[in-house]
Design a protein around this ligand. Structure first.
Ligand SMILES: [Fe+2]
Length: 163
């Protein structure tokens, strides 16, 4: 049985694979961080007749995103690697653009969040379907599928506010 002499906490993973998967997870973490910050921004700055319900709803969403980011960063630790942990690294790698919160209507805020969730969904789907590293690491793949599921649920809730 190949156990890599237990150099890392995951069985049957080589250094190159762990590093390649980490690159994907860290890029995802940077984008989760962008979405988290954006959701927090809108929780603070949303206005209008739906203020109370949207403020509460966005509060729940940013808490959920924080839990998701925490889990993602810890999956990188499980790989034996280091998650992005500074603003500098996060901002350098994020693809999701920030928008100034106080210039948007509540519906524009929700649409912007919805689009960002869809971008992250696409990134996760592309990664797990095209990157062969994930097939060989079902623990990491399963985590990403769980994360994707959460984003799909959150997108549904955002869309339901917009219909
Ligand atoms: Fe709050």
């Amino acid at each position: 049985m190949n156990n890599n002499n237990f150099k890392r906490p995951i069985a049957n993973i080589d250094d190159a694979t762990a590093e390649q998967i980490t690159e994907v997870l860290n890029n995802l973490l940077a984008n989760e961080y962008a979405l988290f910050t954006k959701t927090l921004n809108y929780h603070w700055n949303v206005t209008g007749p739906r203020f109370h319900s949207l403020h509460k709803f966005l509060g729940e969403q940013y808490h959920e995103l924080l839990e998701m980011m925490d889990g993602l960063a810890e999956r990188v630790r499980v790989l034996g690697e280091v998650p992005h942990s500074t603003l500098k690294k996060m901002t350098k790698e994020m693809d999701i653009n920030e928008v100034t919160g106080n210039s948007l209507s509540s519906s524009e805020m929700l649409s912007d969040l919805f689009n960002s969730h869809m971008m992250i969904q696409s990134y996760i789907k592309t990664s797990i379907t095209t990157d062969k590293n994930f097939e060989k690491q079902p623990g990491i793949e399963d985590f990403l599928v769980g994360l994707l599921n959460k984003h799909e649920m959150m997108s549904w809730m955002l869309k339901s506010h917009l219909d």
